[in-house]
Ligand binder design. Structure first.
Ligand code: SF4
Length: 888
């Protein structure tokens, strides 16, 4: 089922995934689908896209969509209701709770997936008119430490540089960033710089990631010690006369204190090496490269941000750039790579609990200014609760009503199981969503509001380099689906604030957002869209990507900040910060002797509610896994491709084991993407401790003490069906999308009789089932109207599934088709895909390398096409070539 197409011509829009913010050209096919290509004119990507963007056409299905407002009835079932009823219930519910318990008894939890216009009205309703700042967002889990670091150093949440700096840098330092997988198109730009200009890469990461494969210098730093490394660098700069005293004197404060603290933390090369677990020679080489290269960009991402000391890490990096004056000029500066498509737009409107609006905070001046602009006498005067604290307040019963928009906190927040319990205690729990079922909805949402999905939405997003791009609709939303800004506007009107929420279209909101940014600004605030305050509807429709600042009447072409100071602190000088000595919040123990690091895989996004629809994307890494060092695997008695339970003090998961030298001893890596919707026991949020950074409130997602142990199953197998299956308790399963249905990979301790009963229970009411047991392998197929509805095969875990031995005679009416189908599934299950664009199997690439037919990425491309489209797999192709060279 697909959405009816709205446009028949190509539409320029923006990718809904990562913070690179690639421009796309979408050509609707007239039947609800679309061809996707990169926009050659977009300054973020110049036509390039990655595997996720390229597969967007596979995610436009209406299967599983929330299509009507729904209300949970007393028995727990959801029932369809009308929009008027739904909006009245939301408005009256919030109003009554505010009247009874005050404005701080309600909260909104928003998302970096929302458009700026959606974000703006939600923030305005809560902070301006309900009167609480309890508006936080999943961006708190993503880059809040960068925001806090920017504000401490610059006086504003300003990203000083642009993507062009990555083309012009001579040294690119990547800290805690697997950009090759998480910001693939930006990484391709960096790679092009390396190829054309010889830029060098330093990669600083506890894990040898795909990004690290490309490093000229890889620094496998001990977890949590980034601050020590950059303190050591600051000291080294001071001792080798690499400081820019003119810049420090003219444009900064606090240098001496920061240097003194750095000397305390990392007084020299040897001390830095000791503190970070790195060889002295490698530390020395990094310091020499940094000090000796004028054009240096330091990119950092979740490895820095997702830490209980994330803000100090950010400031330790910024300190180094300020100290040598390498900021705001071409090819140099600190650069925060944002995770989400509109994390920056959310920051612009003030969608974090510790921001008010338009990059203004809660100073008396800012509160007064926003009050006057919004004509909102009840504007919030103090910060609200940040994400982790917000859900703790829900658990304590202090917050009684919550509206979640476009995010899945029951999966992504630390201690996710506790979050689910807290959600169940709410008096009013509203969810605006695209999908009918996810872990958050299933935690007991009282009201579901069907929101427009990518392809149906119209508005703007801002990427990591402050570039505002349009997301344009190319599909007509299903009849009862509405944009988020419309839903919030309707609720605001029903709460009695109609005058302040007069919006009829997204452009109305954008103009007001621009006007607030420019209101009494006069160059005192970084964020200023004054030049767009009077943008017409027609101009908004065709707006090209634009980078702020866009001050009215300012025709300067400079898009960078701070090359000659001009910071947004009261003194207009940058502030050096003296960071706290690095120390992980929680020590490992005998019970939990390892460190759990969480992250992402190349072809999935967040909790897979969109990327999980794509069969192509499912083929790269289809199963939840834990990666660990061979020494740790040996100590725990684990085998590669076996199963393991990963446990922390907060919960446990069961995952496939990948043994790899890429992991440091003592450290486990698990990806974050699976939920209760897509796997039996792999919701990583359950494992993560709720420690947060004292400045940013961002949770520490990369250092929870953990333990790992083997899990033994007696059988493994797979199932493929057109509908969803519910397996017997104790079954380990993971679900992926395939054409016209789902594929499940299974493991269990159940014998053939149990599977026979399961198959007949699952299928016999709608299909004719044929099954057989050959040796110890059980297989079954179910036919409805002469079409294969589902099949299942389960056999001993220590043997490959012996489908080839099965006799077609077992299915006399349907011949060998059943088993041909099943065999193809087995092959699929056994052979992972490396190139998602052309479905090139890992084994085919290995074979081509081994037999000498392909000795370079280019030759692999010529022979197999792998790596010739989006390029997301190129680093893995290089690794396979290198692995082969090392082994021969
Ligand atoms: S890099 Fe990939 S996921 Fe990120 S915006 Fe570009 S196409 Fe989308």
């Amino acid at each position: 089922m697909k959405s009816p197409t709205q446009h028949h011509q190509a539409v320029r829009t923006t990718c809904p995934y990562c913070g690179v913010g690639c421009g796309l050209i979408v050509e609707p096919d007239g039947h609800g689908g679309a061809a996707i290509a990169g926009d050659p004119a977009h300054p973020a990507n110049f036509a390039r896209i990655c595997s996720k963007g390229a597969a967007l056409g596979e995610t436009l299905t209406l299967e599983g969509r929330l299509l009507h407002p729904m209300r949970r009835q007393d028995g727990g079932k959801l029932a369809r209701i009308g929009w008027d009823d739904a909006l009245d219930r939301v408005a009256s519910g919030f109003r009554q709770i505010v009247e009874r318990h005050g404005p701080h008894a309600v909260a909104f939890y928003l998302s970096g997936q929302l458009l700026t216009e959606d974000y703006y009205v939600a923030n305005k309703l809560m902070k301006g008119f309900i009167g609480s700042a309890n508006v936080d967002t999943n961006s708190r889990l993503c880059m809040a430490s960068s925001v806090a670091g920017h504000r401490r150093a610059f006086g504003s949440d300003t990203v000083p540089g642009t993507y062009a700096d990555l083309d012009e840098a001579d040294l690119i330092v990547l800290v805690g960033s697997n950009a090759a997988w998480c910001h693939p198109v930006l990484f391709q730009r960096m790679m092009l710089n390396k190829e054309l200009r010889g830029a060098r890469f330093v990669v600083i990461d506890p894990r040898r990631t795909a990004t690290a494969q490309e490093a000229d210098l890889f620094l496998p730093i001990s977890p949590g010690t980034d601050t020590a490394l950059f303190c050591g660098l600051l000291v080294h700069m001071a001792e080798t006369h690499a400081l820019d005293y003119a810049y420090i004197d003219a444009h900064t404060n606090g240098f001496e204190d920061a240097l003194a603290r750095a000397r305390m933390i990392a007084p020299g090369l040897a001390a830095t090496a000791r503190a970070t677990g790195l060889p002295v020679a490698d530390v020395a080489r990094f310091f020499a490269l940094f000090c000796g290269t004028e054009r240096v960009v330091t990119c950092y991402s979740q490895g820095v941000n997702q830490s209980a000391q994330g803000t100090d890490k950010v400031n330790a990096i910024i300190n180094c750039h300020l100290a040598c004056g390498r900021i705001g000029r071409p090819g140099m500066g600190p650069f925060s790579l944002t995770g989400q498509p509109n994390a920056m737009g959310g920051r612009e409107v003030g969608g974090l609990a510790n921001q008010l609006a338009a990059h203004m905070g809660f100073s008396a001046h800012d509160v007064d200014r926003v009050r006057r602009f919004w004509k909102a006498p009840n504007v919030a005067a103090r910060e609200g609760l940040k994400a982790v604290q917000m859900f703790e307040a829900i658990a304590r019963g202090e917050i009684k009503a919550l509206w979640v928009m476009a995010t899945n906190p029951a999966v992504s927040l630390p201690r996710a199981e506790a979050v689910r319990k807290a959600l169940k205690s709410l008096q009013l729990f509203v969810v605006s969503e695209n999908v009918l079922s996810n872990d958050t909805v299933n935690a007991g949402a009282h009201l579901l509001l069907p929101a427009a999905a990518w392809g149906e939405k119209d508005g703007t997003v801002t990427n990591s380099e402050r570039c505002i791009s349009r997301q344009r609709a190319f599909l007509r939303p299903p009849d009862e689906v509405r944009p988020d800004w419309w839903i919030v506007t309707q609720v605001a009107r029903r709460m009695g604030f109609a005058e302040a929420f007069p919006y009829a279209r997204a452009a109305d909101i954008f103009r007001e957002h621009a006007a607030l940014s420019a209101f009494e600004n006069g160059g005192t605030r970084d964020f200023d869209l004054g030049a767009l305050v009077t943008i017409s509807d027609a101009h908004y429709d065709v707006l090209d990507p634009v980078q702020w600042p866009l001050r009215a009447g300012d025709d300067r072409k400079e898009q960078r900040f701070f090359s000659v100071g001009g910071f947004f602190t009261p003194s207009r000088k940058a502030q050096f910060i003296a960071p706290e000595p690095p120390a992980l919040r929680e020590e490992t123990t005998l019970d939990y002797p390892l460190r759990l690091n969480t992250g992402r895989v190349r072809d999935q996004w967040h909790t897979m509610t969109r990327t999980g629809q794509s069969p192509r994307l499912a083929m790269h890494l289809p199963e939840p896994f834990v990666e660990l060092h061979p020494a740790d695997a040996r100590a725990a008695g684990l085998a590669d491709a076996g199963f393991a339970r990963v446990a922390t003090a907060h919960g446990s998961c069961i995952m496939k084991v990948i043994i790899s030298e890429s992991q440091q001893p003592g450290s486990l890596f698990v990806p974050i993407h699976w939920s209760d919707e897509t796997a039996s026991c792999a919701r990583v949020g359950d494992l993560v401790a709720p420690h947060t950074d004292p400045h940013s409130g961002q949770p520490e997602a990369k250092a929870t003490p953990a333990v790992i142990s083997p899990v033994v199953f007696s059988v493994h197998g797979f199932a493929r069906t057109r509908g969803l299956l519910t397996f017997p308790p104790g079954t380990w399963w993971v679900r992926t999308a395939v054409a016209e249905g789902f594929e499940y990979r299974l493991a269990a301790r159940l014998g053939p009789l149990h599977w026979h009963d399961f198959v007949f229970d699952a299928f016999s009411d709608r299909a004719q089932v044929v099954d057989e047991l050959v040796g110890r392998t059980y297989s079954a197929s179910a036919f409805a109207a002469d079409e294969l509805y589902g099949c299942l095969c389960v056999g001993p875990i220590d043997e490959p599934l012996q489908l080839a031995a099965l006799s077609p005679a077992a299915a006399p009416d349907h011949g060998g088709r059943v088993f041909a189908h099943a065999s193809s599934e087995r092959i699929h299950a056994a052979k992972p895909i490396i190139c998602a664009c052309f479905a090139v199997e890992l084994a085919a690439v290995r074979d081509a390398i081994a037999c000498g037919q392909a000795r370079s990425v280019a030759q692999i491309g010529r022979k197999l096409r792998a790596g010739t489209n989006c390029g997301s797999c190129i680093t893995e192709l290089k690794r396979l070539i290198n692995d082969h060279r090392a082994a021969t």
